[in-house]
Design a protein around this ligand. Structure first.
Ligand SMILES: Cc1cc2nc3c(=O)[nH]c(=O)nc-3n(C[C@H](O)[C@H](O)[C@H](O)COP(=O)(O)OP(=O)(O)OC[C@H]3O[C@@H](n4cnc5c(N)ncnc54)[C@H](O)[C@@H]3O)c2cc1C
Ligand code: SF4
Length: 294
């Protein structure tokens, strides 16, 4: 396997675009998710394109409006680590908390925010290479038997629960993303898998996330229920933000993608599996506490 270390985004984009087949060349952030997937043969690559020298890292005043009607407060380089974000007072509370409650200090020192948004599902059927729906098969094994960690929204085809805490926080914050090809909202980054396309993101192969634009918010918070107090993926994570007169709520661990909750009442429309109804109860409690905190 080759390792390329481009010095510019243009060089990195060219290396990724030059890949003849999907997975020929793959972008490498901190490698905390990608390396295990390569090791286990789930992702195949003949070339790794290391981003550390070319992707923006750190914070600077925003260059573009974040969302209709709001003022951008900060732009975050996609190469910024979760550890850097959790400690920076310029970052809205929801994102700082989501980073602080993610993974372990060692992983947060290396894992980047760009890589975190694109991390793969933790569903063990998928990670153990069962030929399930998300791998291109025709059934979701998690829908059979008892599964306590899976989704309670958007689970018609694949019932995996999106693992990213920062993604739910950024969705609640109505952040926008700049790639090497376009600008898009957080909600537009993700899609539910379909029979035609099993991807859960809308990025094209080789498209690079460069920056995130986070708007100014009146208040925000992120709450997370885990099996342990630390170093566990979310059973349910709730990001909430007040932006002007709007209150936005987004969930981690609830659907195959970060899930925007129209209102607390929308939880009544959840479609839990036999073993995940308790997660709806947790979501109800966390949403109530998050709104109180706002
Ligand atoms: C044990 C463990 C526990 C964890 N717990 C949590 C948790 O509680 N909450 C949580 O949110 N996360 C958790 N994580 C996930 C962790 O936060 C991510 O693995 C990490 O943030 C990924 O960042 P990275 O830079 O290492 O990405 P990489 O592993 O390098 O890349 C991940 C994916 O993103 C792509 N990529 C990376 N950067 C870019 C970019 N700029 N543009 C386009 N594509 C890119 C890669 O090609 C790859 O597909 C955990 C991980 C582990 C291993
Ligand atoms: S939840 Fe998704 S990833 Fe897990 S077995 Fe079902 S289809 Fe596969």
């Amino acid at each position: 396997m080759d390792l390329l270390r481009p010095e510019s985004v243009e060089e990195a984009s060219a290396a990724l675009a030059g890949s003849a087949e999907r997975n020929g060349a793959v972008a490498l952030g901190g490698g905390t998710d990608l390396v295990p997937l390569l090791r286990d043969g789930i992702v195949k690559a003949d070339t790794l394109v290391e981003l550390v020298r070319c992707i923006p890292r750190g914070l600077h005043p925003a260059t573009q409006p974040a969302a209709a009607g709001s003022t951008s407060v900060v732009t975050i380089g996609a190469g910024t680590t979760l550890g850097e974000l959790e400690a920076d007072p310029q970052i809205p509370t929801a994102l700082r908390e989501a980073c602080r409650l993610s993974a372990s200090p060692q992983l947060r020192a290396v894992g980047t925010i760009g890589g975190n948004l694109l991390q793969a599902t933790r569903c063990w059927y998928w990670r153990l290479k069962f030929p399930c729906y998300l791998h291109g098969g025709d059934r979701c094994h998690a829908k059979e038997g008892q599964h306590r960690e899976h989704a309670f929204f958007g689970n018609e085809r694949c019932a995996s629960a999106h693992p990213s805490d920062p993604a739910a926080a950024l969705l609640a914050l109505d952040a926008r993303i700049r790639t090497d090809r376009r600008e898009l909202g957080m909600a537009e980054l993700y899609r539910l898998p379909t029979d035609e396309d099993r991807d859960v993101t809308t990025l094209e192969h080789g498209e690079l996330i460069l920056e995130l634009n986070v708007p100014e918010v009146s208040s925000s918070t992120y709450l997370k229920a885990m099996d342990r107090q630390r170093w566990a993926f979310a059973l349910v994570g709730v990001g909430a933000a007040r932006i002007g007169s709007e209150t936005r709520i987004a969930l981690a661990g609830a659907a195959p993608i970060p899930w925007l909750l129209e209102s607390p009442a929308a939880l009544e429309r959840a479609t839990p599996l036999a073993g995940t109804a308790y997660k709806v109860e947790i979501a109800r409690a966390l949403v109530r506490r998050a709104l109180e905190a706002l």
